[in-house]
Structure formats: C-alpha cells, structure tokens
Design a protein around this ligand. Structure first.
Ligand code: ME8
Length: 513
C-alpha cells in the first residue's frame, strides 16, 4: 500500500533549528517504520521560498531573495544529511516544476469560478501573512497571536478563493472523518473556528513581487500560503497530467499524512481541504498538528535568543550520539497536545534511564552471559521459546497499531516493555546461578536463547528510532547488517540459529554530566 508522509516546507528566511529538526525526525521515524513493515513510502520535505518575509529578510541582508533561498535551502539539505534523515524528495517552491504546476492549479480554480477578482478589507498579521475575521481579531485583542504585534487594517484588490462556499462541505467532511485532524484538542479548535463561519481568502498579493505570477494577470503574485500548500501535490506531479512524475508518484495521493506544528493548523485543516475540494481532488488521510518545544519553561523565540539551534544540537550529537538525539525527539517531544520543555538535565536522565539502563544494558547482559557460558555460541532452546514467542507477537502488534496512529511513544514502549520483561526474567530465573549446576544446563540454554531472541525482536522494533545502534545490535546477534527480509519475517520467532556466533555488545556508554 502506498503511504505518503510530509513535513511543512520550511521558510528560508531562517536557519534550521530544533523545531524543523523535530518535525522532520518524527516523520523520518514513521517513514522508516512503515518501510520496515514493507509499505511503499514516500517521505517529502522541502523549503518555502516565496513571500514578503523572504523578500524583506533578503533586503536586510543585501542579497537577492533567490540568493538567500539558495543559501538556506542548501543548509536545510545539509542538515538532513547530518541527521541521517531519509526523505525521498526535497521540494523547493522556486523550482520550475513547482511554479508551473501551481499556476496550472490556480488557473483551474479560476476557470472553475472558485477564484475571483475582488476587494477585501480585514485584519492582517504581517509576521504570519495571515488575515483574521473581525470575531477572531477581537478575540486576539487585535494583536498577532505569534509576535504580539498589533494587527493592521488592510484593504486590497486581489484574487480571492471562495472559501465561504465550502462551509457545508467542510462541516460534512469533518463529521464523516472524525480522525482527520489529530490530536483531538486540535480538531476541536478547528471545529470551533469553523462554527464562526468562513470568509473568502485572498490568493494573490500586489504589495510585493517575490512570488509566482498569477496566470493571466501578472501584476499579482500568488499568496505564499497558497503557493506553499500546493507543494504536497506538485512534488507528486499531480499538476502535470500525464507527466513523468505523475505516472511514478500519483499513487501516493491521497495516502497523505501531513505532520505540522499547531500554529499552521488552520491552513492545513481548512484551506487546504477546501482547495482540494474545489479542484475535485481527494482529501489527504490525516493532519497531525503537534505542539511546541519550549526551552527551560519559556517559549523559544528568535528575539529571546533561546532557540535550540544547530550548533547546540551538534553538541548533543557529539556527547550522546545521533541515535540518542532521535530517541529524545521521538519519545519526549511535543507530538500530542502539550508542549515539551527541552532541558539538558532531562535529556541526560532520559538517555541514562532508557538507553543506557534498558536498551543498552539488556542486550549487553544477555550477550555477556552467552559469551561466558557458551563461548558466544547461541544455545539451543528445547522449549521452543516458551511463553516468549506469544509475548513478542503481541508486542509487534502493539508496535504496529501505534505506528498506524503516529503514536511514536506507544511504538517505542512496545519494544521497551519487552526488554524490561527480559530483565525481569533474568532476575527471576537467575541464569548465573544455574550456570554453576551442570545438571541444569538445558534450562540455562533455553533461558539465554529466549532472552537473545526476544532482544533481537525488540531491536527490530527499535530500528526506526535508533538506526545506527540497532545495526550494531544486529551484528552482535549474528544477523548481518543488511536485512532484506520484511518486518513480518524478521519478527518471526527463532531466526538466530543455534550455534550462531554472538558478540558481546555495549550500545550506549554511560555519559558523565
Ligand atoms: O510555517 N517546536 O514554515 P516555518 C516544534 N513555511 N516544532 C516547531 C517549532 C517548535 N518550537 N518551531 C517550528 C512555515 N517548528 C511555513 C509552512 S507548509 C505548506 C508551509 C516546526 O519555517 C513545526 O513543524 O515557520 C512548524 O509548523 C514549522 O516548523 C514551521 O516552520
């Protein structure tokens, strides 16, 4: 089954920071998990390069917008490599393939009567490039919810999208698809705002030029948000009917899972579906709007200078390793409805209590005992796994169900519980005592073989989170480093043949504070 996962496309007026790294890492874990399961995955990220923000930022720096975009898009791409992220494509909105298709879609909207020329007056948030209704502006005390700066009253002659005419269809769609927006708290916010009633939204601007020209009326440029949202389908070539991309990639639509931050939910949950309805294209499968990383209890902001930036992140890589960073992002991040506080101390504690003490220690104990008592050769298990094959199968099922829901904590938990059970099993059965009694060698063999095999299966489930370390674990368990088999095959009980040479492993060294 085709599966499609997307990050927001990031603005190039800024350098990458923890927020960008976070969303992309979450998507990467999911993409790897789906691939592991044998699904046909397409994972997209990219950069949002037009609009007044980029134009202004470039002017301040004394470079052209394109030069600024080129520089920062290259930086985002470099970061993907450093982080080992496995995106299948990287879309830039200044690429001709994107611009051409956006014009095609906008022209289709115009021809269909969903876009018209009109005059508009409203409350405008300059930083966010977003208009608010009177009700909403009042709620916000006429201040930007993001920057806190006053909203300005703006009048413009523009092309408008008839968002208002989709009110009923959107309401029906939300009613029929209760899981469309996740988490539930975010969905409720959208429904609340939808009840206020929808107003038409501008799709063009004339107050700046750094954008895609409106087809047929080139003094207008296409509003950056409309331009940006289309990336999700231009990357698949849906706007070049019969084109090469379309033939290869069209299968990924509408299997889309859009992962975004909560501040851009309205665009994704309401405007994007309405645009797709107007184009008679099917709806994506889900919009998942996560919350924010904050730092030491405070909102991260450029002006406060407390953004966890790349040099800081690279410091964590150097001290704890890339996998430890991924683990913290995936299991301690703001994936659901609450914000997460990034604290060095908490990072360290999570590393020690989960990665050192469980994911590192359990395989280390098992391989050390097998080394000591059986010269590293996998012992034969006369009990055919005892209760463990069923436990592992249940954990894999739990992992898989969690992955379906983008519940990375749940998926990690499924594997961690198995490892903790192995630890408890060792504690209970005391193989180090059995080893002293030759009459009980058979029992000892079974216990250690069952532990090793369970560790192997938990390791498979942890691969999307900890790809480097789990590759080391595979080698330690004599499983080679390039598994071609599917998840189902790889989580079948008994793949470590008796007699296989295992190696003692130490995956996560203790780190001093
Ligand atoms: O909004 N915590 O781009 P952007 C967690 N170009 N995630 C964070 C974060 C934080 N503190 N700060 C940022 C744009 N993010 C538009 C999107 S999509 C068609 C166009 C992440 O560069 C989060 O995913 O401002 C958020 O939605 C995104 O970065 C915003 O990136």
């Amino acid at each position: 089954m085709p599966a499609y996962i997307t990050t927001p496309i990031y603005y190039v007026n800024d350098r990458p920071h923890i927020g960008h790294a976070y969303t992309t890492t979450v998507c990467d874990v999911w993409a790897r998990a789906m691939r592991l399961r044998g699904e046909d995955v397409f994972f997209l990220t990219g950069t949002d390069e037009h609009g007044v923000k980029v134009e202004k930022s470039a002017a301040t720096k004394g470079v052209t917008p394109q030069a600024l975009a080129d520089e920062n898009a290259a930086e985002f791409q470099r970061v993907l490599k450093v982080f080992g992220l496995t995106n299948d494509d990287f879309i830039r909105t200044t690429e001709p393939r994107h611009e051409k298709q956006v014009q095609y879609f906008v022209k289709r909207l115009l021809d269909a009567g969903s876009v018209y020329l009109g005059t508009f007056e409203g409350w405008y948030d300059e930083g966010q490039e977003e208009y608010y209704t009177e009700t909403r502006a009042k709620e916000l005390d006429y201040k930007s919810p993001i920057s806190g700066r006053p909203l300005t009253r703006a009048t413009e002659q523009n092309y408008y999208f008839k968002l208002s005419s989709f009110q009923k269809r959107l309401e029906d769609f939300f009613a029929a698809n209760p899981d469309f927006v996740q988490p539930a708290a975010r969905r409720n916010e959208v429904l609340g705002r939808l009840r206020d009633g929808l107003q038409d939204v501008p799709v063009t601007r004339t107050n700046f030029t750094w954008g895609i020209p409106f087809p047929g009326d080139e003094k207008h440029v296409i509003y950056v948000w409309i331009d940006a949202l289309f990336n999700y389908i231009t990357a698949l070539g849906l706007g070049e009917p019969g084109g090469l991309l379309a033939t290869q990639r069209a299968k990924y639509w509408p299997a889309a899972y859009h992962v975004i931050g909560k501040e851009i939910l309205w665009f994704h949950a309401v405007i994007w579906p309405a645009l797709l309805m107007a184009l008679e294209l099917p709806m994506p499968r889900r919009i998942h709007a996560h919350s924010f990383w904050i730092a030491d209890g405070q909102k991260m902001s450029k002006s406060m200078g407390n953004f966890v930036d790349l040099p800081t992140i690279e410091g964590y890589f150097a001290k704890y390793g890339l996998d430890a960073w991924r683990w913290y992002m995936a299991t301690q991040g703001p994936l659901q409805a609450s914000d997460s506080d990034f604290r060095a101390q908490h990072f360290h504690e999570t590393y020690t209590s989960e990665l050192v003490n469980v994911v590192g220690n359990c395989p280390s104990r098992v391989t050390a005992m097998i080394s000591k008592y059986f010269e590293g050769k996998m012992p034969a298990d006369s009990q055919a796994g005892g209760e463990w094959p069923a436990k592992c199968a249940a954990a894999v099922a739990q992992w898989s169900a969690a992955i379906d829901e983008l519940d990375l904590v749940g998926a990690a938990q499924a594997a961690m519980s198995l490892l903790r059970e192995v630890d408890a099993f060792i504690h209970r059965t005391e193989p180090f005592k059995l080893a002293k009694d030759p009459a009980r060698t058979g029992e000892l063999c079974s216990i250690l073989a069952q532990c090793a095999e369970t560790v192997r299966i938990a390791g498979v489930m942890l691969e999307p989170f900890l790809p480097e370390k789990m590759a080391e674990l595979r080698i330690a368990l004599g499983q080679g480093d390039a598994p071609a088999a599917t998840m189902a095959e790889r989580t079948t009980w008994g793949r470590i043949a008796a007699g296989t040479q295992l190696v003692k492993c130490a995956l996560f060294p203790r780190v001093e504070v």
